[in-house]
Design a protein around this ligand. Structure first.
Ligand code: SAM
Length: 279
């Protein structure tokens, strides 16, 4: 498809997706099903990675989004955090969570408490349970499919976002594909951002993908904590509190030595090479 469909109104986004993805019935309806109910945990401590970083508040305050698309949700830590922020600001925002809810091969080593039935890990159900627990079922909606197919469908159905967060596969090809597809459904003036710009995971695939994407499209990259941030069409042309990365192809040392002037973060915090860590 050469271009996405014309945008549908933000008010229609949830209904459209419930109809198209779930045959008109909310995934939260009659949840949890009896076979899963006793296996799921009711907890207010949700594991995530940088899921409460200042970047979320900074961007939500700035953009006041009606629709957010998160690519990579896991147990919902960052999605629920964004739902709390938007609620606090009095916004009626829909947060669409694209995730196949399979995790990744071997992830169960570190997340043995997520139940499994016949080799089927109940990540999706545990995510739904977390959303229910935090009372966010009206603003958070799962899109439980692979990122590629889900983003293509949003484009085809005219579902656009004011904020797109990329945090799914961290190898170069996954990140590259998610960023490019996510950017297509970004409204003018919107922001695409993502985690793990500094991580060593997957051979720094995220950073290589972000840098190449910015270079090819003539866009500037901003850094906020562990996150990269790119605005659509000249968003950062004016006065800005953060300085852009000038050389997209520099290695870690260059980045660390430059002492970036980052929103609310000391150089010492930022100059640390971030590794993925469980919160
Ligand atoms: C790092 S976790 C997301 C963490 C979450 N943003 C948070 O802060 O708590 C990555 C997620 O991406 C999902 N994922 C990875 N590759 C995917 C793909 N190709 N399509 C859909 N989901 C994918 C995994 O299932 C996993 O839940």
């Amino acid at each position: 498809m050469s271009r996405c469909a014309d945008p549908i109104s933000p008010e229609l986004v949830r209904r459209t997706l419930v109809d198209r993805l779930f045959n008109g019935t909310s995934p939260f309806s009659n949840f949890p099903p009896p076979h899963a109910a006793r296996l799921l945990r009711r907890t207010t401590k949700i594991k995530g990675w940088g899921s409460n970083g200042a970047v979320f508040e900074n961007l939500i305050m700035r953009v006041k989004p009606r629709v957010i698309v998160e690519v990579g949700t896991f147990l919902g830590a960052s999605a629920i955090h964004m739902a709390e922020l938007t609620q606090r600001l009095g916004l009626s925002t829909q947060i669409l969570c694209i995730d196949d809810f399979r995790g990744w091969a071997g992830f169960i080593d570190r997340f043995s408490k997520i139940p499994m039935v016949n080799g089927d890990v109940l990540l999706y159900y545990q995510f739904l349970m977390n959303v229910v627990n935090f009372n966010k079922t009206g603003s958070v909606l799962p899109v439980p499919f692979s990122s590629g197919s889900a983003l293509m469908k949003l484009c085809e159905w005219g579902v656009y976002a004011d904020l797109v967060e990329i945090d799914a596969g961290h190898d170069f090809f996954s990140a590259w594909s998610d960023i490019n597809r996510g950017y297509r459904i970004l409204r003018p003036g919107g922001i695409i951002f993502g985690h793990d710009y500094f991580t060593a995971a997957d051979n720094r695939g995220v950073r290589r993908a972000v840098d190449l994407f910015a270079k090819v499209n003539g866009l500037k990259i901003k850094i906020d904590g562990q996150h990269w941030v790119v605005g659509k069409e000249g968003l950062f042309e004016g006065k800005s509190t953060t300085r852009s990365l000038k050389r997209a192809d520099s290695g870690d040392e260059g980045l660390e030595q430059r002492g970036l002037d980052l929103q609310g973060h000391s150089d010492a915090q930022v100059n640390k090479v971030y590794e993925r860590e469980e919160e």
